[in-house]
Design a binder for this molecule. Structure first.
Ligand code: NAD
Length: 300
């Protein structure tokens, strides 16, 4: 059944472009008010091709909104101690307001130790244990970019989320867990499904809001989706089909026509993730400079 034309397509690309325009204005206001330019440092260890593409995109977009970008590309065999020394220097640098270490790191590095070495107030990925704890306990946190972007699109589409049944498929620290925390903070009734859950299709059918971040191409079939649900597809999967390589999400998009709305892949969650990274860098700058009172573009 191909009913995809009926569901509203949530235009993440357009949404991200609007957010980026607002952030550009805000960066200009900050420069005028303080004489300072917010800066983002990105650290890449190794030469993973996908990571390298992401880092270049972050660099380009950071510069495009008028911020400073500092990219540190380190060899794959970088020692943990050398990476820690770089993070210490970035933590201390006044011109660096946000720090991001591109994941995954090479296997010899201790990812938790690296993330927790970032100053939590510069942790624009929101992965530091303090930010995770603040989010979980309803305190002011830097929130991971992908779920933050998902929440912004959900609130734009649905307004008040209170009381809605939300199902999150996937429980990673990067997407699933913080997504569930954010939805709980909106007073949704939240269920989290994962690879060991018993009846994932039945759970999904109960969802008014369905967020899927499993990393399994087209896992969620049409009959897993409740009519009228809003579906956010976080997955990015490269597959071969009809002799061509293509990117698909974790939801069988062509079977989701009875949803009220769905994010396409590509063009949905992906563009919002980088926009939210830029937003988090502006937020981090403002927290580090309490006197800056420009209007907040992103509030959760
Ligand atoms: P992960 O591998 O860390 O976690 C996957 C989660 O999905 C796990 O909790 C696992 O238990 C669950 N899962 C796997 N198979 C399942 C199944 N059959 N049924 C139910 N649950 C299942 O992945 P991640 O880092 O959270 O990323 C998930 C997906 O989102 C990937 O495709 C990734 O590329 C994509 N992603 C996209 C963005 C973006 O900006 N759009 C950002 C981050 C991740």
């Amino acid at each position: 059944m191909n009913t995809a034309l009926l569901a509203e397509r949530i235009d993440g690309k357009g949404f991200a472009a609007t957010l980026v325009n607002q952030l550009t204005d805000e960066v200009n206001d900050i420069k005028a008010a303080t004489g300072l330019t917010p800066g983002l440092a990105v650290v890449l260890v190794g030469e993973d091709p996908a990571s390298s593409v992401y880092v270049s995109a972050k660099h380009r977009q950071t510069l495009a909104i008028g911020m400073q970008s500092f990219v540190h590309r380190l060899p794959a065999d970088t020692a943990q101690a050398d990476l820690m020394t770089l993070l210490d220097a970035l933590n201390a640098a006044n011109e660096v307001n946000g720090i991001l270490v591109q994941l995954p790191l090479p296997a010899h590095l201790d990812t938790h130790a690296v993330i927790n070495a970032i100053d939590p107030d510069k942790d624009v990925d929101g992965f530091h244990i303090l930010n995770a704890g603040r989010l979980a306990t309803g305190q002011d946190a830097l929130v991971p970019c992908t779920p933050l972007g998902c929440l912004m699109m959900l609130k734009d589409r649905l307004g008040n989320l209170e009381g809605l049944n939300a199902v999150v498929v996937g429980k990673s620290n990067i997407v699933g867990k913080p997504m569930a925390q954010l939805l709980m903070a909106e007073n949704c009734t939240v269920s989290v499904a994962h690879s060991k859950s018993r009846d994932v299709p039945a759970l999904c059918r109960s969802a008014d809001i369905l967020v899927v971040a499993a990393g399994c191409p087209e896992l969620v079939k049409g009959d897993w989706i409740k009519p009228g649900a809003v579906v956010i597809d976080v997955g990015i999967n490269r597959i071969e089909r009809d002799g061509r390589s293509r990117i698909v999400g974790d939801v069988a998009f062509d079977e989701a026509g009875h949803a009220a709305a769905i994010t396409p892949v590509p063009g949905g969650v992906g563009p919002m993730t980088i926009a939210c990274l830029l937003a988090n860098t502006v937020t981090a700058f403002k927290r580090q400079h309490h006197h800056v009172t420009t209007k907040a573009v992103v509030a959760v």
